[in-house]
Design a protein around this ligand. Structure first.
Ligand SMILES: [Zn+2]
Length: 201
């Protein structure tokens, strides 16, 4: 049964020769491969465009280096502090308890900041201030050490509340959270954008 390839017009036998059947007729092997390659190219292009579009609409959050460094310093510093205090406890029980409680709160805030939780930075800032007040009430006000601590605090405060930090911490909204979760589960941009438009309805 002689058949002409719809694409190139080459004659072949559709029962014996290697060919493909498409909706518009029979196509020889070479032309079929070209069609498949073209289809794949279009799909990849669509995927690239969708990825670009999704990245524009929902930019992934970038953690500023300053936030990373501060968070790790808080985590490491307070871990060491807790270990030192437990291995060499002060005579006063309330001092021991307060040091451990604040150490743990700072640890939690450091981990929360690394994970981009907005409450993490405010937990750190508020508990630092509360801790300072506790310190003054319990152990008296020491000008030099308080000034040094506050200078360090203001430095950290600046980095935790600047524009880059706000961009990182503030998309802590329900919508962005959902999109972030979806992105972790769905890597294919076509599937992801279908899911997003489905949920937008
Ligand atoms: Zn052909």
């Amino acid at each position: 049964m002689a058949t002409n390839c719809v694409d190139c017009g080459k004659k072949f036998n559709r029962y014996f020769d290697d060919c493909e059947r498409f909706a518009d007729g029979f196509v020889c092997r070479d032309c079929a491969n070209k069609r498949f390659a073209e289809k794949k190219r279009i799909e990849e292009e669509k995927r690239d465009n969708l990825t670009m579009d999704l990245n524009n609409r929902y930019p992934t959050r970038k953690r500023p280096t300053s936030v990373t460094i501060i968070s790790w310093l808080i985590i490491i510093g307070n871990t060491i502090k807790i270990i030192l205090i437990i291995s060499n406890p002060p005579s006063s029980a309330e001092r021991l308890l307060l040091s451990i409680i604040f150490g743990i709160i700072f640890l939690i805030s450091g981990i929360a900041m690394l994970n981009g939780h907005n409450w993490g930075r405010w937990l750190y800032i508020c508990s630092f201030l509360i801790g300072a007040v506790f310190g003054w009430l319990l152990y008296g006000f020491h000008l030099i050490s308080s000034m040094i601590r506050f200078a360090v605090f203001l430095f950290i405060y600046g980095f935790l509340t600047n524009v880059d930090a706000d961009k990182f911490f503030l998309p802590d909204t329900i919508l962005n959270k959902q999109i972030e979760e979806l992105r972790k589960k769905i890597s294919d941009p076509i599937e992801l954008s279908e899911k997003l438009s489905e949920e937008a309805k």
